[in-house]
Design a protein around this ligand. Structure first.
Ligand code: GLN
Length: 486
């Protein structure tokens, strides 16, 4: 294996800055790694090798001129639901199989300004609907820790690519867990920022009141570096928040004295794999050793409604957002008819996969006259209660700690016939999007060689507290140093 492709951003940056390594060499190492592992992992929808080589050359010029940023010259992967000018952006859907955006998402623009190198676009569940990448219309990604298992989803391609060393870091998006759950399943770090912290402009919408973009990285320092690059107000996203963005790396400390942590008992759900619960309890004891005070008896009783609320709100918003795919404006268009209505119907029939159609039907039903009050409005009311419960908890605690997922990565195919079982794999992550608060998943152990993730949840715009807590834990353990042997 090429070791360079396993460097973290901060280690690679030291070597690039001191000219011991060039971005061209680093990029070739990742491209070589892609050639080696991609037949087995299938993390990437598109490999952008030519673009990467050009960007790497430019990055080397920047590095030579001393005009450096911690991300300059670093090869990375972008989830395929973020618009990249001139590069296919498929959302892993037949509907957008040949869609080439005429513009960059804000996050892409920001990364370009840092001088990063794009090596590819990450596979995902179609339109980010799923927890395993099995809903991708293109192919399923395999978990680098065990090829017979899923990498999680929907940002499974991005997460698997980072775990396997195909890119040094990646961007994912998270509507109900899609950054954190695959981060947990692949034993890397994944952060869902506060709603409004990172611009969604150019992110292909799934459920607009829940979607957030965030980093997938090999460790917490890298996560802070990537958040530094992408966070901040954007006038093109009316839900982005004009809050100053601190330098997140300044908060990385190895001591947690004075930090108050709550453990909500509802997140140790029934049916949870005992090894997962045990690993997280051990990890929480470690946080206590590091100086945090722990309250094991926190209760967030409305958590149990989060799954139901999510599966009303997310499909409702999706049904509205996906109405634009009519065969006229974007992507796939069914032509073999002379009737406009039939063309639209066939476009949607053949362009969307089963899960996407299921969500559109659910959402359309929940929003229809007569049912709107009973479902959508009621879900919104419960959403407010869930958010209030978090607000109250954060009057007492700086952070809440839970498992990221109830199980370790499951077998490919295991949950495909049972959508509800699949939906349950996000039971610990969904409430966080409903409340709009930030949360991070970091490696916290293994069961039979399969990764376990710990989730740390914070109050709105307290990403620095999450990073600090995660960093202290990471420095005291070495889970993040273990790499899959692919
Ligand atoms: N698995 C959840 C869903 O299918 C969350 C997906 C996401 O966060 N994009 O909706």
């Amino acid at each position: 294996m090429t070791n360079q492709a396993r460097l973290t951003i901060h280690d690679a940056h030291q070597l690039l800055r001191t000219r011991q390594l060039s971005s061209v060499e680093l990029t070739e190492a990742c491209l070589e790694r892609i050639r080696q592992v991609e037949p087995d992992i299938q993390a990437l929808v598109t490999v952008t090798d030519e673009i990467a080589r050009e960007q790497a050359k430019k990055a080397d010029q920047l590095l030579a001129s001393g005009d450096v940023n911690p991300l300059t010259g670093i090869p990375m992967v972008i989830k395929d639901n973020m618009c990249t000018e001139g590069i296919k952006t498929t959302c892993s859907s037949k509907m957008l199989e040949n869609f080439i955006p005429p513009y960059d998402a804000t996050v892409v623009e920001k990364l370009k300004a840092c001088g990063v190198v794009f090596v590819g676009k990450g596979n995902m569940d179609e339109f980010a609907m799923g927890s395993s990448t099995e809903n991708s219309a293109l192919f399923t990604t395999h978990n680098p820790w065990d090829l017979s298992r899923v990498p999680g989803g929907s940002s499974g391609g991005s997460a698997a690519a980072v775990a396997a060393g195909e890119g040094i870091f990646a961007l994912g998006s998270d509507t109900g867990g899609s950054i954190r759950q695959p981060a947990g399943f692949c034993s890397i770090t994944g952060l869902k920022p506060t709603y409004g912290r990172v611009s969604r402009y150019g992110l292909i919408a799934f459920a607009s009141s829940l979607d957030q973009i965030g980093p997938l990285t090999q460790d917490v320092t890298d996560c802070a570096l990537v958040l530094n690059a992408i966070a901040g107000y954007d006038r093109r996203d009316s839900t982005s928040v004009p809050q100053p963005t601190p330098d997140y790396t300044q908060y990385l400390a190895s001591n947690l004295k004075g930090l108050k942590i709550g453990v909500p008992r509802e997140y140790f759900v029934e049916g949870m794999q005992p090894e997962v619960a045990a690993a997280i309890r051990t990890a929480i004891n470690k946080l206590e050793e590091l100086g945090a005070s722990i309250d094991w008896e926190v209760s967030l009783p409305h958590t149990r409604h989060a799954l139901a609320v999510y599966y009303i709100i997310a499909p409702s918003e999706a049904s509205a957002n996906l109405a634009r795919y009519d065969g006229v404006k974007y992507g796939f268009s069914y032509q073999d008819t002379d009737n406009m209505w039939q063309a639209m119907e066939k476009t949607r029939q053949y362009g969307f996969g089963a899960e996407v159609k299921r969500r559109i039907m659910l959402g359309t039903y929940a929003l229809s006259a007569g049912y709107y009050d009973a479902y959508y409005l009621k879900a919104q009311k419960v959403r407010t209660i869930i958010r209030t419960e978090f607000d109250q908890a954060f009057e007492k605690y700086d952070a809440l700690v839970t498992p990221t997922s109830p199980t370790v990565p499951f077998q490919i195919g295991e949950k495909m016939d049972d959508p509800v079982q699949m939906y349950l794999s996000d039971v610990c992550t969904l409430p966080i999007n409903i409340a709009g608060v930030p949360a991070i998943s970091i490696p916290a152990g293994f069961a039979d060689g399969l990764p376990i993730g710990m989730q740390i949840i914070g109050k709105p715009f307290s990403e620095e507290t999450l990073l600090k807590t995660a960093y202290a834990y990471e420095q005291a353990t070495d889970w993040h140093k273990r790499k899959p042997e692919i």
